[in-house]
Structures are given as structure tokens and as C-alpha cells.
Design a binder for this molecule. Structure first.
Ligand SMILES: [Mg+2]
Length: 278
């Protein structure tokens, strides 16, 4: 039996609420493969979870079909595009299965305008995935940006501590993935180091203290215990409590966050990409 992470799609993996609403569109309704845009951290997060052996399942309400805003073909094409963007370093797809619910009780399209056991917060999509893929729910998780995503997991019997809401405390899937990896890792120790693009970049006190503060904040948000943080000779070395998967995921997320900060302030990245040395 394998464990899964059930991932909501819109505003968890891809941008939806920040998309421009076009004439005739309803906020939140989105089914256009050409406008699919991964959210920050979605790719890194899925890669981290896959590395750790999780089955990745997207489960999404698509009442847009019942409302007549898109066809099943449009939704399938959009989902295919999401899956196409989510691949590992070798190009292998990360998503094992996609389930979506085209029904909505207030819809207008014949055949779809009704309540359905798949529609979150009902747990139908999770039950179906368990049956299709042989998933062990006991060790499975849910990540979503809406309470109804978590309620679907809860109604399927997943413990509350395995339901992760994307919000200001867990801003993206990469950090949700770190929380999961930290929670499942036996009490191991792992370390990683990053080397600055140029050693002098880390001699800058502002950069060095930002890196340290970012590492501490990330550890705090994800429940990871840092054992040692050292910055010297143009390099950062961190030892933490957790498996090697945690170290690799932590390094990737810290690099992404601090590179974004460095680009904002100095117009160049701090670390070359990729620069992980587990
Ligand atoms: Mg959502």
C-alpha cells in the first residue's frame, strides 16, 4: 500500500484567483490550458513529495462545467497542461492521477446540475482514488487553499494533523511538502550546503543576516529543527533534524526564497541554480 498526498488544483498548484477575469467569465472559473501558470513552490513541492515516495493525486471541484463555462474537454486539456508542467528532473510526470467534479447543484447544464458525492467537501474523489490506486489513507495527506479541501480529507477519515491549509503560515506547496517530510522523517540528521554565486556576495552583512533569518523563519513555519547554521567563506552550511529528503527540500526552498530577495535588492541571484550539495 502506498501513501498519497491529495492536492487541490486552483490556487494550490496553479494561479486562479489572480488571473484577469475576461468578459463572460465568472471569478474562479478557469479552463484554459494556455493560461495555466504554476504557483511558486508547486514544482519544488511536488518533486520533494515524489522523492519521498508519495503518490500525488490532484482533486478539484470544477463546477464550471455545470455552470456552462467550459466543457469536460476544456477541463481535461487544462488538467493535462498542469500535469505536463509538473515533472521531475528527468522529465517524468509527477502527478499519478487527476480527479475532478464537474457537478454543481446550482448549475444549469443538463446532467451536471446536481449535487454529487465527488464534490468537495464530500470525500468521493478521495474514495475513488483509494479504490483505483490502492492508497493507504492512514498515512496520506491533503494540501489545499480552501477549508472544503481539508473537509473532504477529514470526511474521508484523514487525521486533522495531515490536512494542510495553504495560507500565510504555509504559503505554498513547497513549504507544505517540507512540513510533511519533517513530520514523517525519523529522527535523523542531515545537512546541506549552498555556495554563493560569488563568495563576496555572502560577505555582505545584510545578505548573510537575511539568509540566516530566512532559514530560521522557514524552519519555524515547517516545524524543522535546525541544529547548526554556519555562513563562511562564501558558503552556507546547515545541519538539521530530518531525513536527506528534508535537507534537499529545505535547501531548494531556502535558495528560492533568498534568491528572490537578492534579485529584488541587487538584481542578481545569490546562489547559482541548481546549487544543492546534499
Ligand atoms: Mg483551490
Amino acid at each position: 500500500m502506498k501513501s498519497a498526498v491529495f492536492l487541490d488544483r486552483d490556487d494550490t498548484l496553479i494561479v486562479n484567483r489572480d488571473l484577469e477575469i475576461r468578459p463572460g467569465e465568472r471569478a474562479g472559473d478557469f479552463a484554459d490550458p494556455d493560461r495555466v501558470q504554476l504557483l511558486d513552490g508547486a514544482l519544488d513541492g511536488c518533486r520533494s513529495l515524489k522523492r519521498a515516495g508519495f503518490c500525488l493525486v490532484i482533486f478539484s471541484n470544477q463546477g464550471i462545467v455545470a455552470r456552462g463555462g467550459a466543457s469536460l474537454v476544456d477541463v481535461d486539456a487544462t488538467n493535462d497542461r498542469v500535469c505536463d508542467l509538473l515533472r521531475d528532473e528527468q522529465g517524468k510526470p509527477l502527478i499519478d492521477a487527476v480527479y475532478y467534479c464537474p457537478f454543481h447543484p446550482e448549475g444549469s447544464v443538463d446532467g451536471f446540475a446536481r449535487e454529487h458525492p465527488w464534490r468537495k467537501p464530500s470525500p468521493g474523489m478521495i474514495h475513488q482514488a483509494v479504490e483505483d490506486l490502492g492508497i493507504e489513507l492512514e498515512q496520506s495527506w491533503v494540501i489545499g487553499d480552501s477549508p472544503r479541501d481539508l473537509d473532504a480529507g477529514r470526511h474521508a477519515g484523514i487525521d486533522d494533523e495531515r490536512l494542510i491549509l495553504i495560507n500565510e503560515h504555509t504559503p505554498d506547496v513547497a513549504e507544505a511538502a517540507l512540513r510533511i517530510l519533517a513530520a514523517i522523517a525519523p529522527s535523523e540528521r542531515a545537512s546541506f550546503s549552498l555556495r554563493a554565486e560569488r563568495p563576496a556576495l555572502l560577505d555582505d552583512e545584510r545578505s548573510a543576516s537575511t539568509v540566516r533569518a530566512s532559514a530560521e523563519a522557514l524552519a519555524e513555519r515547517t516545524g524543522i529543527r535546525l541544529l547548526n547554521v554556519s555562513i563562511q567563506g562564501g558558503g552556507l552550511q546547515i545541519e538539521l533534524e530530518g531525513s536527506e529528503f528534508v535537507a534537499v527540500g529545505f535547501a531548494a526552498e531556502l535558495r528560492r526564497l533568498t534568491n528572490a530577495w537578492h534579485r529584488r535588492h541587487y538584481e542578481t541571484p545569490l546562489w547559482p541554480e541548481p546549487a544543492v550539495e546534499p
